[in-house]
Design a protein around this ligand. Structure first.
Ligand code: F0G
Length: 454
């Protein structure tokens, strides 16, 4: 059969509240046109993030009851440790309450070992954790305009240039984000993972994987990289980890849970330091900020995520929306990435200048037309007014991200999203820009207040 179906049946459901267009206009106004300020119950389809929003399986829920909640040495920890060890091959497995806690520990340790952190693109929490530890952040993604399929890759030529420029001993670590969230959830090829590994080894620089979406990345390798079609996704994932010294993981993505993460690595001295940090901020090393239930759910989720029927459905369902958007005329990042559709708002709304946030305008239009909540990744998030230049400096891109939660929405929800997209597209020329009327000093996208220009 050609039809790819959701490879699960629904056992428990959550009610969706519907609102009218008029109601949504008011809700948005009261939220100062910021989607982070809208109550979840006022959202029809919530595509703000794919993080911590997965539906757990009946097996995961079952494991919760088996969990051991002992403070130290709980059975659940050992089950979790065994699963993560088997998957990643790393010797030391350190649970944390989420991905950024693992990043925080890692950067606290590595900022003493060199001042520069290099990545294919640091995700914003990774960037923030490197920055608070006084590291210089260097992103070296390949040219996004290239015809190459694996657009998440790191540019190895630029990597070598950077190492020569700053000196290898000044590079604290290299971190490879798979898939590359900030550039559209694009995958990284095995070849690139290997090349970067050999450069890191040659210059004795620690090499870590930001593994949040490792299974989606491994499936892209299976489907699109020569020589991997008959490898299992799990063996591809194991191979990816084998080239690195360790990884950070937000289990809220590809471990199919609502909370959790870990740091996994080989070096015993670094592990010792990490566990010392962990006790101060997260908890004892056999629970690290998580309950036994969480550890059980992660272990089960990691076994479920490498199911290739699931991954086939997952990537196809996102590609499906992408194809329909393209047909309508909505400009998106192509090929579609692993966890989200990224709309190019600058292209779709050329009449709105970057200073007036075309992405924010689209986010609001999707909410008003259909109650769809999405996220601006453009000049609201990364643009700023430069005091020295006395002018507004826009972000490199004006994107709107529609991140699809795992196992939550069905195909008819996606068809509804497409219909909303069609409506927004029809009205695109009427959409107006926004101005910010109140903003905090840091991470303004979470709490800024906006006002429409007309
Ligand atoms: N690394 C990447 C690539 C991420 O996408 C995220 C989170 C993190 C690290 C941090 O993990 O949230 O568990 O602390 N991304 C979410 C998102 C928030 O919406 O993309 P965390």
């Amino acid at each position: 059969m050609k039809t790819i179906i959701e490879p699960f049946k629904i056992k428990s459901v959550e009610h969706i509240s519907f609102t009218t267009r008029e109601e949504r206009i008011n809700i948005l106004k009261n939220a100062f046109y910021n989607p982070f300020k809208i109550k979840a119950e006022d959202v029809v389809i919530d595509l703000l993030t794919d993080s911590g929003t997965s539906a757990m399986s009946s097996n995961q829920w079952g494991k919760l009851m088996e969990a051991d909640e002992s403070y130290a040495g709980a059975k659940s920890f050992f089950r979790f440790e065994k699963t993560v060890k088997e998957l990643t091959g790393f010797n030391h497995i350190i649970p944390t309450h989420q991905g950024r806690a693992a990043e925080n520990i890692l950067f606290k340790i590595f900022h003493n070992k060199g001042k520069v952190s290099i990545s294919n693109t640091h995700f914003d929490t990774t960037r923030a954790n490197a920055a608070v530890n006084n590291m210089v952040i260097v992103d070296l993604p390949i040219n996004p305009e290239s015809n190459f399929y694996f657009k998440g890759n790191m540019d190895c030529k630029l990597l070598l240039e950077k190492i020569n420029e700053v000196g290898a001993s000044n590079v604290g670590l290299i971190i490879m984000t798979i898939t590359n969230n900030a550039v559209g959830g694009q995958p990284v090829s095995m070849q690139n993972i290997i090349e970067v590994s050999s450069i890191a080894k040659k210059y004795k620089i620690p090499y870590y994987i930001d593994a949040c979406r490792f299974a989606e990345n491994a499936y892209f390798i299976k489907k699109h990289e020569k020589g991997f079609s008959d490898h299992s996704v799990k063996s591809i994932a194991q191979e990816i980890f084998s080239y690195a010294d360790g990884c950070t993981m937000s289990a809220k993505k590809d471990a199919l849970v609502n909370m959790g993460g870990f740091l996994a690595l080989n070096d015993s001295e670094v592990a010792e330091e990490a566990k010392n940090q962990l006790i101060v901020t997260e908890g004892f090393p056999t629970y690290g900020g998580l309950s036994g239930r969480d550890l059980e759910a992660i272990a089960e989720g990691l076994n479920e995520i490498v199911d290739e029927k699931y991954l086939e459905y997952r990537l196809r369902s996102i590609e499906y929306v992408g194809e329909k958007f393209i047909k309508i005329g909505i400009p998106i990042i192509e090929p579609v990435g692993g966890h989200a559709i990224f709309i190019n708002a600058k292209k779709m709304l050329p009449h709105i200048s970057t200073e007036h946030f075309p992405g924010q305008s689209l986010v609001c239009a999707f909410y008003i037309e259909g109650g769809v909540r999405s996220c601006e990744i453009g000049s609201v998030m990364f643009g700023k007014f430069d005091e020295q230049l006395n002018k507004f400096v826009a972000a490199p891109n004006e994107y709107v991200r529609m991140a699809i939660p795992r196992r939550v929405y069905t195909q008819s929800h996606m068809d509804y999203l497409v219909e909303v997209g069609e409506e927004v597209y029809k009205k695109r020329e009427e959409l107006s820009g926004f101005k910010i009327i109140k903003e905090p000093k840091l991470l303004r996208h979470f709490s800024a207040h906006f006002e429409p220009l007309s």
